[in-house]
Design a protein around this ligand. Structure first.
Ligand code: ZN
Length: 190
């Protein structure tokens, strides 16, 4: 992976690793407060795509499926993407605090996925990072890979954001959707 990344013009892997290793960054804070590992640890174990996916969900509450569907068409610049929400929800701007090689692509053809991993891979990592929530009846992959989204929404609620504001931030169609997440986060004791 590192060999390919170092061949992309403008991408400096050493700089990225340097940032990922630092403490007292938004990345470090987000990852360590939610998982049993540090960002650099996750990078060495699973690579940059997985680290970015875990971070973006914990930071923005974005759905894993929205990230896995993101393509070169959604690139904003070397650090940010604008993803269309599923279920008729709104577009959201997501920013990485470090440069990601996929975001340096010049094309916007829409055929290049930004993160090359499968839903199942993400699900496995979530289990290994102990990022879990009580599964729904008949427990599905989504039940677990939604954990970051559940936590994000319950944090917004704790900060006393009005329901309409939360709806806009997380891209829900209606404020009713929040109840599902809040119920699950309370069950979880968070
Ligand atoms: Zn493309």
């Amino acid at each position: 992976m590192e060999e390919i990344e170092s061949k992309i013009p403008g991408f400096n892997l050493q700089e990225v690793i340097q940032y990922i290793s630092k403490k007292e960054t938004i990345l470090y804070e987000t990852i360590t407060s939610n998982t049993n590992r540090t960002p650099i640890n996750i990078y060495f174990l699973y690579g940059l795509d997985i680290l970015s996916i875990v971070y973006l969900q914990l930071r923005y509450g974005v759905r894993i499926s929205e990230l896995l569907r993101a393509t070169c068409r959604h690139i904003q610049d070397g650090y940010s993407i604008v993803v269309p929400g599923l279920k008729s929800s709104r577009y959201r701007l997501l920013e990485l605090p470090y440069q990601h090689p996929s975001l340096l692509r010049a094309c916007r053809c829409g055929r290049h996925a930004l993160f090359s991993c499968s839903y199942k891979q993400v699900w496995r990592v979530y289990n290994q990072l102990a990022l879990t929530a009580p599964p729904r009846r008949g427990g599905t992959y989504r039940a677990i890979t939604h954990t970051g989204r559940i936590r994000f929404i319950s944090q917004l609620k704790e900060s006393s954001f009005p329901a309409e504001v939360i709806r806009d931030i997380v891209g829900h169609k209606s404020i009713k959707s929040q109840m599902y997440y809040l119920k699950r986060s309370y069950n979880n004791g968070n």
